[in-house]
Design a protein around this ligand. Structure first.
Ligand code: SF4
Length: 382
């Protein structure tokens, strides 16, 4: 029985979209919402770009986008796509030849707007290259770069103009019998983005890539994205996302996952539930959580840990977490395992001990999942 079955107020009904493949990652349909980021190195620098790709993949990115503005970049893509553990999206603006080179270089997806490539012959060449090399396409409408005729028609960037632009690009692909595409309608304004995405979700069954563009620095961008993307995801809209931050791509991935984790849409690693702390705390909650976040970065198993300063909220939170610690008096607190009181622990041993408990629990959960998967496979084979 799923948690949502007994707590229906947690249910999110996802919009039904078609599924496409970005390399080996399914996007849309009932596939998990994929988390993306984008490198910010010189794309021609294989070593630096690959390092960022690997770091993003290690942090959990399912797909990584790389800008491909010139031949040096599309040449470097060959080695990068060969070495990357995750599919690479090549970001192209206008230059149809770069799109063809990127497809040949192993990109799993081209981010390109077919209406911006030029004449029909060029569009057909790009679509042929995408088909020949198994690439999908992302149409990326941006409020800041709408077509001139739409700006004249609508007077300024607005949701209607963005969706019309998106549907025009979709039509070009469909007229060329190309259906492996997803689409985004990004704006830096949360209201405009949200309205555009809601309209788009009604107008097409293509998978939707969510993003608030140029969202800002780490704090403001995270908040804007959490509000904008969070609201859409809560409505069931969105099959893949990128949180755009003026920050390290790894931070974008972490924020993306945190948004999905908050809505119960994806689970990865340890979800730490901690109190803000106050004079009642039995230990330094803030320092402890900081230390645990670092020490538990290697855990990928979805699980929960509550770190609560005192008994006001500690036992209640521990009831719902895999591992819990609640501060008490006299330099010690209580460890909870699977929601039940387990043993007392002195504060000066807590970090090492909690890390150990979490690692043990992760191993146990992994083993349980492996057993379930084997049983499911055997049942399917019967
Ligand atoms: S749980 Fe206890 S320590 Fe934490 S904020 Fe609440 S009262 Fe303060």
């Amino acid at each position: 029985m799923s948690v949502n079955h007994i707590r229906p107020w947690r249910t999110i009904e996802r919009r039904k979209s078609r599924q496409i493949m970005v390399g080996n990652v399914p996007v849309g349909g009932d596939a998990p919402i994929a988390v993306q980021t984008m490198t910010n190195t010189d794309s021609g620098d294989v070593k630096a770009t690959l390092e960022q790709v690997l770091a993003a993949a290690e942090a959990g990115a399912d797909i990584v986008r790389i800008s491909a503005p010139d031949v040096a970049a599309t040449t470097a893509l060959r080695e990068i796509t060969r070495e990357s553990p995750v599919p690479i999206v090549a970001d192209i603006h206008f230059h149809y030849k770069r799109a063809i080179e990127a497809a040949e270089a192993g990109a799993a997806c081209l981010r390109i707007n077919p209406g911006n490539i030029g004449d029909d012959k060029r569009v057909k060449e790009v679509i042929k290259a995408a088909k020949d090399h198994g690439c999908s396409i992302r149409i990326g409408v941006n409020a800041g770069s709408l077509e001139k005729h739409l700006l004249e028609k609508y007077g300024e960037p607005c949701p209607d103009a963005m969706v019309e632009s998106g549907l025009d690009h979709i039509k070009i692909l469909q007229d060329n019998d190309f259906h492996e595409f997803k689409i985004s309608v990004k704006a830096s304004d949360v209201f405009m983005s949200s309205a555009a995405y809601q309209m788009l979700a009604e107008a097409t069954d293509a998978p939707i890539h969510l993003g608030i563009t140029e969202a800002g620095g780490f704090v403001s961008g995270t908040i804007k994205s959490a509000i904008g993307l969070g609201q859409l995801l809560w409505m069931g809209i969105g099959d893949t996302l990128r949180v755009s931050l003026s920050a390290d791509p790894v931070e974008e991935v972490k924020v993306g996952f945190e948004i999905l984790k908050s809505l119960g849409l994806r689970h990865r690693g340890v979800n730490i539930i901690s109190c803000p702390s106050c004079a009642r705390q039995g230990f330094d909650v803030i320092k402890t959580v900081e230390a645990l976040e670092k020490r538990l970065e290697h855990i990928k198993t979805p699980m929960s840990l509550s770190i609560i300063g005192c008994v006001v909220n500690g036992p209640g939170e521990a009831l719902m977490t895999d591992v819990g610690f609640t501060g008490g008096g006299a330099g010690s607190g209580m460890v909870y395992l699977a929601g039940k009181q387990s043993h007392k622990l002195s504060n000066d041993q807590m970090i090492d001990h909690i890390v150990e408990q979490v690692e043990r629990k992760a191993e146990q959960l992994d083993a349980e999942r492996a057993t379930e998967e084997t049983a499911a496979k055997e049942t399917a084979a019967e």
